[in-house]
Design a protein around this ligand. Structure first.
Ligand code: SF4
Ligand code: SF4
Length: 138
């Protein structure tokens, strides 16, 4: 019958008009992530504010996409640390294996997901960015 299509569409509109909206005005409004959401990982500091990471390389060796680059160095007290630790998010699949395999608890699930960049270099995230603030929320 002529007009039934319009009537049924209006009915759908009317039915949904009073429902709670599920859309957000991104990027001004952002959805709260559940705790288990995994995006870019974070690096944990020790009680002295230094990297907990010992640059052992276990995370890099277990990364299925070879996204982690580590350059090992030694501090003045002869303890090992990563001179450079970087993650290439062009390759990372956010599987969380690196966090799971670290024997020192030096990595943590991170929630930062806005990782796009206009350059390839911008997709490589270095230690300085990954490190959690000293004394901040861990
Ligand atoms: S993050 Fe953990 S597993 Fe990776 S190099 Fe550092 S200490 Fe080793
Ligand atoms: S989350 Fe997965 S893919 Fe990304 S760096 Fe860690 S182990 Fe590699």
């Amino acid at each position: 019958m002529y007009g039934t299509g319009i009537a049924s569409s209006l009915w759908v509109t009317f039915k949904n008009i009073f429902r709670v909206k599920v859309t957000l005005r991104y990027p001004k409004q952002k959805q709260a992530m559940v705790p288990r959401f995994f995006a870019l990982m974070r690096m944990v500091r020790d009680e002295n504010g230094r990297e907990k990471c010992t640059a052992c390389g276990i995370c890099a060796n277990n990364c299925p996409t070879h996204s982690i680059t580590i350059e090992k160095g030694k501090r003045e007290d002869n303890t090992p640390f990563p001179v450079r630790y970087s993650v290439n998010v062009q390759q990372c699949i956010f599987c969380g294996i690196c966090v799971e395999v670290c024997p020192f608890g030096a990595l943590q699930v991170g929630h930062k997901y806005e990782l796009s960049s206009y350059t390839r270099e911008g997709m490589i995230h270095e230690k300085e960015e990954l490190l959690l603030p000293f004394g901040g929320a861990q």
